[in-house]
Ligand binder design. Structure first.
Ligand code: ATP
Length: 210
């Protein structure tokens, strides 16, 4: 069965790093990939752009293709976006369909700080996307949980609904939303770090301008 992969994030704003790794993960896993903007990220400061502005940027970014789609369920829910709640809900909806949680290597290294993190494996596989320029060392606690779950063949993920971890060798792109926000705040124009649809309407990037 074609897996359903979820790629959560603040997308503040969505940039070509997000889109490129999500696209390549979709190819490598032969999966449908949904980009899922988070509401109140439990681990970090509030986003600069509002939920509606982040959704508008994602919609503009996703035009003209159908491999990557948008799932706004976390924005419709009150309170913090705990991934475990989302995965429980998706498991109910999707029956035995393989689910894959896609995480950049930095987010993956932080997994043990997530709410009920070990339960994530009951509902989904995890696909780890390599990301250059960041410290993504695994703690002992994470390594002990991951090593028995590690696989290299994407076909294994199609045969089981959840529980495995695969590292996906996507093209490394050293782009972050932090860097994009810094450039915009300095009055610069990071045109080729962002999807071109974000430049069609000059008000779209206004929240990041100083
Ligand atoms: P910020 O700089 O504001 O922290 P970000 O660029 O890390 O933002 P997020 O929306 O926080 O973007 O990230 C969502 C997910 O995308 C995370 O799993 C993160 O690791 C991953 N990600 C973001 N940029 C890249 C990239 N260039 N390569 C691989 N993964 C990435």
């Amino acid at each position: 069965m074609k897996p359903l992969a979820l790629f959560g994030g603040t997308f503040d704003p969505v940039h070509l790093g997000h889109l490129s790794v999500a696209w390549e993960a979709s190819e490598l896993l032969d999966a449908e990939v949904r980009l899922m903007p988070t509401h109140v990220p439990p681990h970090r400061h509030a986003p600069t752009a509002s939920p509606a502005q982040r959704v508008a940027m994602l919609k503009a970014a996703l035009q003209g293709q159908d491999r990557l789609t948008l799932d706004t369920r976390e924005l419709r829910r009150e309170g913090p976006s705990y991934t475990i709640h989302t995965l429980r809900e998706l498991r109910e909806e999707q029956g035995d369909r393989p689910l894959v949680l896609l995480l950049g290597a930095d987010a993956f290294a932080n997994l043990p700080s997530w709410h009920s993190w070990r339960e994530l494996f009951e509902h989904a596989h995890i696909g780890v996307l390599n990301r250059p320029g960041i410290d993504a060392a695994w703690s002992v606690e994470l390594a002990v949980e991951i090593l028995p779950r590690r696989v290299t063949d994407p076909d294994v993920l199609r045969e089981l609904p959840a529980g495995k971890v695969i590292e996906l060798a996507v093209t490394p792109l050293e782009i972050s939303a932090t860097r994009v926000r810094e450039l915009l705040a300095e009055g610069r124009d990071p045109r080729y770090l962002l999807p071109c649809g974000l430049f069609d309407d000059p008000t779209v990037l206004a929240p990041y301008r100083a």
